[in-house]
Design a binder for this molecule. Structure first.
Ligand code: SF4
Length: 459
């Protein structure tokens, strides 16, 4: 028997859809619950469903036509739901799902400047009633011309702004009809770097191996990413992947015209293929492209790591503690927290920052005094040959603990205040407790703190 299914009618007026009723998500009557699922399991399941149901789309389609993109090349126009309807949709979503992170799935949230202001207005209204943050996608041509939009969105709770970078080569951008400039990308990232008073990060995506790509443009993009990291003051997460020649896009439909060799025509049947090279420009080989991908991975990870490790400890602490708070409060995933991900590449740092959750741990060294308890955080091997302790800090510098500092280090187990340590019967300083000695001890402990080796406790 042959079944024929007529395509669903095209949805032109998205404002004609009634306000979404998210209460059905938590209503047991709408679920087929297996017999062996008890109430607790069902509640857990609902909780997870709630946390996942946080994607909201307030407009369909996109007014641009990038040559690699499906959305921009759909026949239907860019259509926007009215802010009034969106207000009530979001209200229902926030009320019923308890989500605290809204992902705006609009292809270009920033398609129009007026629209962004209207959206921020309703979001601000909702934020008076609900505690949530959000993610949205923008276009750098709009953002670079109207940088005030970034501040407005950040002030309205936008935590992550995602933009398409695609390439660091203007030649590649133009060949793919991206209609943005490298200068606009730089301006947008620099704006993020300037917003020091607001917690906002930017995510940028690049496509490797598409039209007009050469070994030189791949190298250009690699250097460009480093520049963007710096401009954003490292409040950036930059992702890159190979071009996927989707059917319905100008490149997918006319690869030859776009200088692209497609290696596997059946890729749409296998999502796993997207991590592989499916096509490449005729000016770069499969081998070159794959080698560049590995180069990006190693070089960029180390570049990011090297740079953030050189920031002041206070800055690293603030960023990690803020990420941890956001993770707990709004269920922000780790891939939105590039600093945490990088610092936690050293496993021990996760437990180091666990300590900071405890109220009695001092978060900076400004107020450290003799009545505080220093606590060694790591076990460091003693070098018997040279009579010192030695470790490498995050900046890869060697830190040596020798002479009388060895006593200060070994006794710092959180059981004694600095005053008690200096007066201890085994203390080399007990007969000479001058101001100078006190300063030396405090400075030693502060130095260990600055090198992530020690914390101070108030009790
Ligand atoms: S890549 Fe973005 S801007 Fe370009 S067509 Fe697709 S959705 Fe629109």
């Amino acid at each position: 028997m042959l079944l024929s299914i007529s395509p669903p009618p095209k949805l032109f007026d998205i404002d004609a859809i009634p306000v979404f009723d998210y209460s059905i998500i938590t209503n047991r009557d709408f679920w087929v619950v297996p017999e062996n699922c008890n109430d607790t399991d069902f509640e857990k399941f609902l909780y997870n469903i709630n946390m996942e149901n946080n994607v909201y789309v307030g407009s369909r389609g996109c007014p641009y036509q990038c040559a690699f993109c499906v959305e921009g090349n759909l026949k239907q126009k860019h259509r926007m739901r009215s802010p009034e309807k969106i207000y009530f949709d979001l209200r229902s979503l926030l009320q019923n799902t308890k989500s605290k992170l809204i992902i705006f799935g609009d292809d270009t949230f920033t398609a129009s400047k007026t629209r962004v202001f209207e959206m921020c207005k309703i979001i601000n209204q909702l934020r008076k009633e609900f505690d949530f943050v959000w993610f949205a996608e923008g276009r750098v041509n709009v953002l670079a011309k109207n940088p005030e939009l970034i501040r407005t969105m950040a002030q309205a709770g936008m935590l992550v702004l995602q933009v398409g970078i695609e390439s660091g080569s203007q030649q590649v951008l133009d060949a793919q009809n991206k209609r943005i400039t490298v200068e606009e990308i730089k301006t947008t990232f620099a704006e993020i770097g300037k917003l020091k008073d607001l917690d906002i990060r930017i995510t940028g995506n690049l496509i490797l191996g598409g039209t007009a790509e050469t070994a030189e443009t791949l190298q250009e993009s690699l250097e460009f990413i480093k520049e963007l990291y710096k401009l954003s003051d490292f409040n950036a997460q930059i992702n890159y992947s190979y071009l996927v020649p989707f059917k319905g896009t100008p490149i997918g439909d006319n690869p030859d015209k776009y200088d692209v060799t497609v290696l596997n025509d059946n890729f749409e049947m296998d999502m796993h293929q997207f991590a592989e090279i499916i096509c490449h420009s005729k000016s770069v080989t499969h081998k070159q492209l794959s080698a560049y991908y590995s180069k990006y991975q190693t070089e960029l990870f180390h570049f990011f790591q090297r740079n953030i490790f050189y920031f002041e400890k206070q800055k690293i602490d603030n960023r990690i503690l803020s990420d941890r708070k956001l993770q707990r409060k709004y269920a922000i995933p780790n891939d939105m927290a590039p600093w945490t991900r990088t610092i936690y590449s050293y496993q021990t740092f996760s437990s180091y920052y666990d300590l900071f959750d405890k109220k009695f741990i001092i978060k900076d060294t400004q107020n450290v005094n003799l009545d505080m308890y220093p606590i060694r955080v790591w076990e460091i091997d003693y070098d018997f040959q040279n009579n010192y302790y030695l470790f490498d800090n995050l900046k890869n510098e060697e830190i040596i603990i020798d002479g009388n500092d060895i006593f200060l280090w070994e006794i710092a187990d959180g059981q004694h205040t600095i005053r008690e340590i200096l007066q201890d019967k085994n203390s080399p300083f007990k007969n000479n407790l001058s101001q100078q000695i006190i300063e030396l001890a405090l400075n030693f402990y502060k130095k260990m703190y600055e090198n992530f080796a020690l914390v101070f406790s108030e009790i």
